[in-house]
Write a protein that binds this ligand. Structure first.
Ligand code: B12
Length: 300
């Protein structure tokens, strides 16, 4: 059954797939609570809610037994010109939530047909699931020093998607190894010092947080360090040696939007709210809202 699930996942365009038994992630409890207690989630108040559900998926899905985790490469060759703002690679094309969820639902239907009585839920990003920990559990990679889930074959420019089901299948038994070694390029290169020494991020300082999630004025260091970033930040991934040989994603939906490839900074500065919503109607960039987007582009 597990092989059938994995083959179907690959057929649907996922690059990685692993399966683990459901359990309560007790050894991550302190890490997570500590991250919240120290305020490293910044203004993302939703991260401080449902912490027990985040630790124990049995509280999220009735009779949860198995966690299926997939990874999907989104890397695209993208070199913005001098007169253009910089978008993070994950937001160049269509919104990954929809792209992954659509395929995960097909995968879940496939499992339901093969294994009668199976029920489950799909998750991409928005629910209280420790997706990177489950990716580690299922053998998709390790938590890098930049906190990204890194895979030896495809680096870290990939999304994670999760399915939790109420039936048991064969599980992976991955070797939990860390391949960062002595490298600390991500920690040393992050311009705002957002990467902590314990493989976690202080979101208050993270350019990705500031440009996407933060509401209201930007702190003064944003303008100094952002270097034309208008949405998200990839610095800690760009400098990671595990991303040196990364291949381009073949997923059509991740093709960069024409406007992102062509508009100059000046053109972006002049877009109306209506144009913003029309250009980004199927994009993750909607997350910052028009106000946030304009705030970022004006300060770059
Ligand atoms: C909140 C959030 C953010 C916040 C906070 C980031 C953070 N590092 O926590 C902000 C807005 C800053 C952010 C930014 C980005 N994000 Co984000 N984000 C999330 C979200 C919703 C929750 C992450 C979370 O739980 N953080 C809390 C901390 C405590 O958990 P954690 O970092 O996952 O760490 C766990 C493990 O690393 C582990 N751990 C820690 N140390 C160690 C040591 C060892 C030895 C081991 C085994 C484990 C381990 O314990 C932690 C759990 O307690 C997830 C989706 C999800 N539901 O999981 C996406 C997610 C992590 N984001 C993602 C992406 C793509 C990004 C960006 C690249 C986007 C961009 N280009 O701007 C950046 C990357 C910044 C970075 N270096 O993390 C992807 C990452 C995919 C991957 N390959 O890792 C995710 C998984 C979304 C998805 N479904 O694909 N994000």
């Amino acid at each position: 059954m597990s092989n059938e699930i994995k083959n179907k996942a690959f057929e649907l365009g996922f690059d990685l797939c692993g399966i683990a038994p459901v359990r309560s992630l007790e050894e991550y409890r302190d890490k997570l609570y500590n991250w919240i207690d120290r305020g490293f989630h910044a203004g993302m108040h939703y991260m401080a809610r449902n912490l027990e559900k985040r630790i124990n998926p049995a509280l999220l899905v009735d009779n949860a037994r198995s966690v299926i985790v997939v990874g999907m490469n989104y890397y695209r060759n993208y070199q913005p010109g001098h007169d253009q703002p910089v978008f993070a690679r994950y937001a160049l094309g269509q919104d990954y939530h929809h792209v992954l969820k659509e395929r995960l639902n097909i995968l879940l239907d496939f499992i339901k047909r093969k294994r009668h009585g199976t029920a489950g839920r799909v998750f991409v990003d928005t629910a209280p699931v420790l997706e990177r920990v489950w990716a580690i559990e299922t053998g998709l990679g390790w938590a890098g020093k930049n906190s990204m889930l890194i895979n030896r074959e495809i680096g870290s420019f990939f999304f994670i998607g999760v399915i939790i089901i109420n039936t048991q299948v064969e599980y992976d038994t991955p070797e939990l190894k860390d391949y960062c070694g002595n490298c600390r390029k991500c920690i040393d290169t992050c311009p705002t010092g957002a990467i902590l020494e314990n493989r976690m991020i202080d979101s208050n300082k993270c350019l990705s947080y500031m440009s996407i999630e933060h509401r209201g004025k930007l702190p003064p260091e944003y303008a100094t360090y952002a270097e034309k970033k208008v949405f998200g930040c990839d610095i800690c991934q760009e400098v990671c040696p595990w991303n040196n040989k990364v291949k381009e994603s073949t997923i059509k939906e991740f093709e960069p939007l024409a406007e992102i490839l062509n508009f100059t900074t000046e053109q972006w500065r002049n877009i109306t709210e209506e144009e913003f919503f029309s250009i980004f109607k199927e994009s993750a960039v909607l997350r910052s809202g028009y106000m946030g987007f304009m705030r970022n582009i004006m300060s770059g």
